[in-house]
Ligand binder design. Structure first.
Ligand code: E4P
Length: 218
């Protein structure tokens, strides 16, 4: 399983990219709004940092396929690595079909059932994004969804849609996603940092330092 970072914050993106742990970025309208920056500008800056798939979503106010297609074409022109993120609706599926036929990569988002994931794959989606944490929030095991989609996609050779486990909230989610067969987990910066840390690593560093200084000095 590979990692994308789920943020539009360029400082976090730079930091994770420098560590060599991410190979792509996902954004959404809430994450863009949080940065308070112009969409095209922030997306172009992100694409200049990470050499991998960058998901940029069609406008949150857009609901019809025709406008999604127009916006998707514009997003794809920002950078060669752009992936157009499209909401999982009937109109979104039409836009996915049209954009895929033009060779534009798509990420169908807000997927909460295996049926939705299968439809998105058949519409030609490059990626589907099942939302783990938001399902957990309503007492529905999100991990079961990731596992079911992975099982279904593995049964059909003609499905090459990749699963991006989204709405990831903690390191346990990440490991369970890897075991469940997600191709990618898109992980917020704070969760990536939680994954880096272990108290025994910190203690070990302190002890090595203390033992070394006791004999050799600073
Ligand atoms: C996926 O691409 C979304 O940006 C994201 O994972 C949403 O997660 P949230 O439920 O933490 O907002």
């Amino acid at each position: 399983m590979k990692f994308f970072i789920d943020t539009a914050n360029v400082d976090y993106i730079k930091e994770a990219n420098d560590m060599g742990i991410i190979c792509g970025v996902t954004t959404n309208p809430s994450l863009i709004a949080k940065e308070g920056r112009v969409f095209e500008e922030v997306i172009a800056e992100i694409a200049s940092i990470v050499d991998g798939p960058i998901s940029g979503e069609v406008k949150a106010t857009t609901t019809d396929a025709e406008t999604m297609i127009k916006e998707g074409i514009a997003i794809s022109k920002i950078h060669k690595n752009m992936v157009v993120k499209i909401p999982m609706t009937a109109e979104g599926l039409k836009a996915t079909k049209a954009l895929s036929a033009m060779g534009i990569k798509t990420n169908v988002t807000l997927v909460f059932s295996a049926a939705q994931a299968l439809l998105a794959a058949r519409a030609g989606a490059t990626y589907v994004s099942p939302f783990l944490g938001r399902l957990d929030d309503i007492s529905t095991p999100g991990m079961d969804l990731i596992r079911t989609i992975a099982d279904i996609f593995a049964m059909y050779d003609d499905i090459d849609t990749q699963i991006i486990a989204a709405s990831v909230r903690n390191p346990i989610h990440v490991i369970d996603c890897a075991l469940a067969g997600a191709d990618i987990a898109t992980v917020p910066y704070n969760v990536l940092m939680q994954m880096v840390k272990h108290p025994l690593t910190d203690q070990g560093i302190e002890k090595f330092k203390k033992d070394y200084i006791a004999v050799f000095g600073e």
